[in-house]
Design a protein. Structure first.
Length: 157
């Protein structure tokens, strides 16, 4: 798997959203963060830009390429794989990080990312679940209103 494959896969997961945060990081949320969604994966784009054109598909020159929620059940098992390390700042929450894209096969990584999404989605607040259960048009309107409210609060602070 490489960057664009990962992005396409992550965006196809149910109610997953992508944001750019903390510099050059693509953060993936199980449900929009404006309605209480939670992060389940993060792609570090800084490592992509520093890699050579050919190598960017397989290996970042510096840093970690992908971090995701592993859960307490799989965390230690995943760390036994060469190229998998505790995710900086998130290891205490059972996140792992990959040093390069080819640590796992595409199918294995898709399974791990699907499990990361499901594990985080299972812990979403009830109010978030209620918004996700709304019909699509109503859900979109609720998310837009939540974003506007968030923005107005941040401007006031």
């Amino acid at each position: 798997m490489h960057l664009e494959q990962a992005r396409a896969f992550l965006k196809r997961l149910p109610y997953a959203t992508e944001t750019m945060q903390w510099g050059a990081n693509l953060v993936y949320w199980a449900a929009d963060k404006a309605i209480g969604g939670k992060m389940f994966a993060l792609i570090n784009l800084d490592t992509q830009s520093r890699a050579g054109a050919e190598r960017s598909q397989q290996l970042a020159v510096h840093g970690l390429v992908l971090s995701f929620y592993a859960g307490p059940e799989r965390y230690n098992e995943l760390l036994e794989n060469e190229g998998t390390v505790p995710a900086p700042y998130l290891a205490r929450a059972y996140w792992v990080a990959l040093e390069r894209w080819n640590v796992f096969s595409t199918a294995e990584l898709e399974d791990l990312l699907r499990a990361a999404h499901a594990g985080v989605a299972a812990k979403l607040p009830a109010r978030t679940g209620r918004v996700l259960a709304m019909p699509a048009a109503e859900r979109k309107k609720a998310i837009m209103e939540a974003r506007r409210l968030r923005e107005s609060k941040s401007k006031q602070a």
